[in-house]
Ligand binder design. Structure first.
Ligand SMILES: Nc1ncnc2c1ncn2[C@@H]1O[C@H](COP(=O)(O)OP(=O)(O)OP(=O)(O)O)[C@@H](O)[C@H]1O
Ligand SMILES: Nc1ncnc2c1ncn2[C@@H]1O[C@H](COP(=O)(O)OP(=O)(O)OP(=O)(O)O)[C@@H](O)[C@H]1O
Length: 543
C-alpha cells in the first residue's frame, strides 16, 4: 500500500552553510492490513520519516527531500499534506500543537468536514469515536483544559473518525496511562485485522507496541536500517524492551515478545536466581522535604485534587502515577505554587510555595513541565545551556555536561525548535537539573527518550537524590512503568484526585497489573529491573 523508495532528507542550516543528513536512502513498505513499528534512538529521524509520509516534511520543516513516496503504486511525493488526508491520517508527537478548533466535539468533526462528509455520517462517527476512545464525558470540554493524555486521545480520535486507510502515528501512547495505551493499541489492531487498515507507528516504549507489531523497522544511529520480524530484528538491537533483554540474558530462543511467552520460560531462571534482591529503604528523616495536607484544588466547580496528603522524604525519588486526568500535573503545579489551594496546606522545604517570589520559588523547586518547549526561549542550544549555568551560578559547561549524559552530541548551534522531541526534553531536563534545587518535579520526563537515555536519566536522578547534605526530594509524574522500576523508591497512585496508594515501590507495583514492570510480571514480586537479574547472574558466575 505504502512504499518509500530511497528517502533521503537533508536539513540545511543556511547561517552556517552546513547540512545534516537525517535519513539516508530509506526503503520501506507497509502492506494493506499491516502494523509496522518504527523504532530507533532519540533523534535518529523517526518523526522526520513519518512527516515525509504525511507530506509535512519538507514543506513545513524545510530541508531537501529526495526519493519517492508511493501510495497504491502512484507517486504522492509532490502532493501536499491536505490532499493526502483522505487516505493518510497523521497524529504528531505533540497533539495539542495540531488542534485547530476549541472543543472536543468540534475537533473530532474537523477532519471529516475537511473531507466534505455528509452531516449524518459525521454525527455518527463522532459518537463512535467518543466511545471507542473512552472520552464521551469530555465531549463539550475546551481542548486547552484537557490533561495531556486526554489531549492525546482526542487527537487520535480526530484522525480515526476520518477512516483513513493508513494511520501514521508518532509516539501515540507517550501520554497515555498503561491501561489506556493498551486499549488504544488493541483498538488499532482491531482496525488492522478487521478492516485492513495499515498502521505505521513510531514508538520508544517497545514493551507496549511490539506485541501488536507485524514487522519492526529499526533505524540505527549509523544510518543502517533493519526491517523484519520483530523478534529477529531485536536479536542484537541496541534498543530493546526489558523482556527481550531478559531473554538475551537467559539465552531464550526465540526471544519472548510477550509476558506470557516469557513466563513459560521463567521457572528455570527463577530457580537460578534465588530470592529477589533486598532493597535498602533510606533511613526515615524527621524533616520531610515536601509536606502536603488535605490539599484541595478546583477548576470551577470541579475538585481536581481532593484532600490529598503527600510526604516526600529527602534522599528519595517518588513516582506519581495514575489514570489520565487523575490530577498528577495539577499536583505538581500546586507544589510549585502555581495552583492556589482551595483548602489544605502545602509546604515545600518548610515554606508555602504560593507565597514565594518567582526567584525564591526557582531556588527551592525545579519543574520540568509536560511540554518542555515551555522552558526554551533562546536561539541556540548553546545559549540555553549558558543561560542555565549563569542562572544557577554553576560552572560553565555544567548544563552541557548534563545534556550530553542524556542525549549526547547535539549540535550546540541548533535552534531548540529544530530538536527532536527527545532532544528537546533532554535539554529542558538538563536546564532544570543544573540549578540543583532541593525539590525536583518532573512531569512525564521520558517522552522521546530511548532506553539508554532513560537509563541515564534514572541514574542522574538517583545521584541527585543521594547527594550528601542536599536533602533533596524528587517527584516524577509518569506513565512509564519501566522507568518507575528503574528510578523510584516510593510510589504514590492518584485516582480521581485522591491518593489511593502510597508506599515503597516493590509492594505497590507488584500487586498492580497496570503498574508492574515486565520483569516483575515474569519473575515475581521483588524483581524490578533487568540490571538486578544481570547482577545476580554475574555473581553466580563469579562464585
Ligand atoms: N527543522 C530542522 N532543522 C534541522 N534539524 C532538524 C530539524 N528537524 C529535526 N532536525 C534534526 O533531525 C534529527 C531527527 O529528528 P527527528 O525528530 O526526526 O528524530 P526522532 O527519531 O523522531 O527523535 P525522537 O525519538 O526524539 O522523537 C534530529 O537530530 C533533529 O535535531
Ligand atoms: N481549566 C480546567 N477546567 C476544567 N477541568 C480541568 C482544567 N484543567 C484541568 N482540568 C481537569 O483536571 C483533571 C486533572 O488534570 P491533570 O492535568 O492534573 O491530570 P493528569 O493526571 O496530569 O493527567 P495526564 O496523565 O493525562 O497528564 C483532568 O480531568 C482535566 O481535564
Amino acid at each position: 500500500m505504502l512504499e518509500l523508495r530511497g528517502i533521503t532528507l537533508r536539513y540545511d542550516a543556511p547561517e552556517t552553510a552546513s547540512a545534516t543528513t537525517v535519513l539516508d536512502g530509506i526503503d520501506l513498505t507497509v502492506a494493506d492490513g499491516e502494523l509496522v513499528v518504527l523504532a530507533g534512538p532519540t533523534g535518529v529521524g523517526k518523526s522526520t520519516l513519518l512527516g515525509v509520509v504525511a507530506g509535512l516534511v519538507p514543506s513545513y520543516t524545510g530541508g531537501t527531500l529526495t526519493g519517492d513516496v508511493l501510495l497504491d503504486g502512484a507517486s504522492i511525493v509532490e502532493q501536499p499534506a491536505r490532499e493526502r488526508a483522505h487516505a493518510i491520517g497523521y497524529v504528531g508527537q505533540n497533539p495539542a500543537a495540531w488542534f485547530v478548533t476549541d472543543s472536543v466535539e468540534e475537533e473530532l468533526a474537523f477532519g471529516m468536514e475537511q473531507l466534505g462528509l455528509p452531516a449524518p455520517t459525521m454525527r455518527r462517527r463522532v459518537e463512535e469515536t467518543l466511545d471507542l476512545l473512552g472520552i464521551a464525558d469530555l465531549r463539550h470540554r475546551d481542548l486547552r483544559t484537557l490533561s495531556g493524555g486526554q489531549q492525546q486521545r482526542v487527537a487520535i480520535g480526530a484522525v480515526l473518525a476520518t477512516h483513513p486507510r493508513l494511520l501514521v502515528l508518532d509516539e501515540p501512547t507517550s501520554a497515555l496511562d498503561p491501561t489506556a495505551a493498551e486499549d488504544v493499541l488493541a483498538t488499532l489492531t482491531r482496525l488492522v485485522h478487521d478492516l485492513g487498515v495499515s498502521v505505521l507507528v513510531a514508538e520508544h516504549r517497545l514493551e507496549r507496541v511490539v506485541p501488536f507489531a507485524d514487522r519492526l523497522c529499526l533505524l540505527r544511529s549509523d544510518g543502517a536500517v533493519e526491517v523484519g520480524d520483530p523478534a529477529e530484528v531485536l536479536q542484537d538491537a541496541p534498543i530493546a524492551p526489558p523482556l527481550v533483554e531478559l531473554g538475551r540474558l537467559a539465552g531464550w530462543q526465540p526471544l519472548p515478545l510477550t509476558v506470557r511467552d516469557a513466563r513459560r520460560r521463567a521457572p528455570a531462571l527463577k530457580e537460578r536466581l534465588g530470592d529477589p534482591p533486598r532493597r535498602d529503604q533510606p533511613a526515615p528523616d524527621a524533616d520531610s522535604a515536601v509536606d502536603v495536607r488535605r490539599l484541595v484544588v478546583s477548576h470551577g466547580r470541579t475538585a481536581v485534587l481532593r484532600e490529598v496528603d503527600l510526604t516526600l522524604r529527602p534522599g528519595t525519588v517518588t513516582a506519581l502515577m495514575g489514570r489520565n486526568g487523575a490530577g498528577k500535573s495539577t499536583l505538581l503545579w500546586a507544589l510549585q505554587g502555581r495552583h492556589g489551594a482551595a483548602s489544605g496546606t502545602v509546604r515545600v522545604a518548610g515554606q508555602d510555595p504560593a507565597r514565594l517570589t518567582p526567584e525564591e520559588r526557582r531556588a527551592t523547586t525545579g519543574l520540568v513541565p509536560q511540554s518542555p518547549a515551555d522552558l526554551l526561549y533562546l536561539e541556540t542550544v548553546a545559549a540555553e545551556c549558558a543561560a542555565a549555568d549563569r542562572a544557577a551560578r554553576a560552572d560553565a559547561g555544567s548544563c552541557r555536561g548534563l545534556l550530553d549524559r542524556l542525549a549526547p552530541g547535539i549540535d550546540p548551534d541548533r535552534h531548540p525548535r529544530d530538536l527532536s522531541e527527545g532532544q528537546r526534553l533532554a535539554l529542558a531536563v538538563a536546564i532544570v537539573l543544573t540549578a540543583r534545587p532541593p525539590v525536583l518535579l518532573l512531569d512525564e520526563p521520558t517522552r522521546g527518550l530511548d532506553y539508554p537515555a532513560k537509563r541515564a536519566l534514572a541514574s542522574l536522578l538517583r545521584e541527585l537524590a543521594a547527594e550528601p547534605g542536599a536533602a533533596r526530594a524528587i517527584l516524577v509524574a509518569t506513565h512509564d512503568v519501566e522507568f518507575v522500576a528503574q528510578v523510584a523508591d516510593d510510589l504514590v497512585v492518584l485516582a480521581e484526585g485522591e491518593v489511593v496508594s502510597a508506599g515503597p515501590v516493590v509492594p505497590t507495583v507488584s500487586e498492580s497489573p497496570a503498574f508492574a514492570p515486565q520483569v516483575t510480571k515474569v519473575l515475581g514480586a521483588g524483581w524490578l529491573r533487568v540490571d538486578d537479574v544481570a547482577a545476580r547472574l554475574a555473581a553466580e558466575v563469579a562464585r
